[in-house]
Design a protein around this ligand. Sequence first.
Ligand code: MG
Ligand code: MG
Length: 260
Amino acid sequence: MGNSPIYLKTDEEIELMRAANRLVGRTLAEVGKEIAPGVTTIRLDKIAEEFIRDNGAIPLFKGYDGFPASVCISVNENVVHGIPGNYQLRDGDIVSVDCGAKLKGYCGDSAYTFEVGEVAPEIKRLLKTTKESLYEGIAQAVEGKRIGDISHTIQAYCESRGYSVVRELVGHGIGREMHESPEVPNYGKRGYGALLKNGMCIAIEPMINMGTKNVKFEKDGWTVHTRDRKPSAHFEHTVAIRPGKADILSTFEFIENGLN
Ligand code: MG
Ligand code: MG
């Protein structure tokens, strides 16, 4: 995806992407309602898949490069790309759910890290910082800036608070395809990288670790975990680049209203 052209979207296309991303936000909220100690991650996957299909969309991750499930579910030290299975959530776990859906030919992609029961204060702080860094990055996602402005801002925000930034996995352009150009790393230099233009759509997704930045890829071919097995958090929004202010196409409103 790194070298392919960057497609700018029309206003009509951006509205279609908003609809797909809204469905993703509603799906994450449906999953979030079920999250509790004792629930298996495969159960959460079923809920997501049914909800996406019932709403006339297609789960983007199912079959993507052979991925066997509809959402990625990554618990505790698992950073991303966890395969749902028989693991039963436990009190104190954190669980990243990454969801993609294609609706009327356009893609939505968003992720949220949920708390299971009572989570330790230092882990809550990791989640809070990671989510804040996403919004700090989004504040840089405006016409005339560069990808590196987003990347640097996320990195500086997290590292100054004692966390580390995963290097091997990055955000991405998004549109008719889930992964388009450009790549959107969560680390980098201000003023470098692709110029942000009106109508560019990107998924910004900080993956932030409590300990070392280093990760390991598991033998299942998918799951990525922190090398020191300390927790990792992941939040993702799809946004459209606009003059002055990004338009956030995905939403956590359904999730967070449900949590209140
Ligand atoms: Mg995602
Ligand atoms: Mg993504």
